[in-house]
Design a protein around this ligand. Structure first.
Ligand SMILES: Nc1ncnc2c1ncn2[C@@H]1O[C@H](COP(=O)(O)OP(=O)(O)OP(=O)(O)O)[C@@H](O)[C@H]1O
Length: 268
């Protein structure tokens, strides 16, 4: 009897996926299970059933025609990035409007974080054009918080950079935290928080100044199942409020919620 990844991959091919894509999905799924310290069967159930579920999801058009797309908040045209002689990104195009969610997917090292940093204006592209709205919130994959500061101190510090008075920054931060089912305590410093709670802090900081465009780099690492569901509800709430959201993700079941999928493919 073949093992779970092999069965999963061959079922994906049997259901019509390109062999290279099926291989990549099998690798990513195995990796996700490993990150949960479990076997793929424990996380996803029987391989052939999960393959069918996944293919059905990938083929289901986004259910949302309810929300009118707004103005373009982010536009990438022919974007490329080289590090020395190595080309990481080549001719990337993406347009995201207010009221839309885009996912950037692809193998480890294919350039997802690099592209998101280019979207945020933190990394300069080697070629192409980037146009973005002025109010941008960026949530990095890790880092982004200062270990010795409490949540409220983060709110006032980041808020002041965005021109908010301390009281308003604090109350906005606490309010946004409750939407992620998190109640910051006064004394706890970031270095004492769990990884998932620190990520919630990162998310709140990214949203504190009410940006029109949110750029999120795998923002749910360390989240438990409930927090993960809260996070996606939050993404949909941002979308419904007319914001544009770009999420780097390797969790394939996220894709049912998005309007655009930018697949950067295999490792560069
Ligand atoms: N500042 C840099 N200088 C040189 N190479 C870099 C730099 N930043 C990233 N790279 C390289 O560019 C490639 C893409 O990195 P990036 O972090 O964007 O990939 P990724 O798709 O986000 O990866 P992962 O899924 O593992 O987070 C990698 O090979 C990385 O080593």
């Amino acid at each position: 009897m073949s093992d779970w990844p092999t069965t999963f991959e061959s079922e994906l091919v049997r259901l019509g996926l390109q062999p290279a894509r099926a291989r990549r999905l099998a690798d990513e799924t195995t990796q996700q299970a490993a990150e949960s310290a479990a076997t793929p069967a424990e996380v996803f159930g029987p391989a052939h059933l999960y393959a069918r579920h996944l293919v059905a999801e990938l083929r289901t058009p986004s259910p949302r025609t309810r929300y009118e797309a707004g103005p373009v908040m982010l536009s990438l045209t022919g974007v490329s990035k080289r590090y020395r002689r190595r080309t990481v990104l080549r001719d990337v195009n993406l347009s995201v409007r207010g009221g839309e969610v885009a996912a950037i997917v692809g193998a480890n090292g294919c350039g997802k974080s690099t592209l998101l940093r280019i979207c945020a204006g933190l990394t300069r592209p080697s070629g192409g054009t980037v146009k973005r709205t002025r109010r941008v919130g960026f949530v990095p994959q890790d880092g982004g918080t200062a270990g010795w500061l409490t949540a409220e101190e983060h709110f006032t510090l980041f808020g002041s950079a965005a021109g908010m008075v301390p009281g308003r920054a604090r109350s906005t931060g606490v309010h946004l935290a409750t939407r992620l089912a998190w109640r910051p305590t006064r004394q706890q410093r970031a270095q004492q928080m769990s990884g998932g709670t620190r990520q919630k802090l990162n998310l709140v900081l990214g949203e504190l100044h009410a940006p029109d465009l949110l750029l999120l780099d795998e923002p749910y690492q360390g989240f438990d199942q409930g927090s993960y569901v809260d996070f996606w509800q939050q993404v949909l709430a941002w979308r419904d409020a007319g914001r544009a959201v770009v999420v780097v993700t390797h969790l394939l079941h996220d894709l049912q919620n998005v309007d655009h999928v930018l697949d950067l493919g295999a490792s560069a």
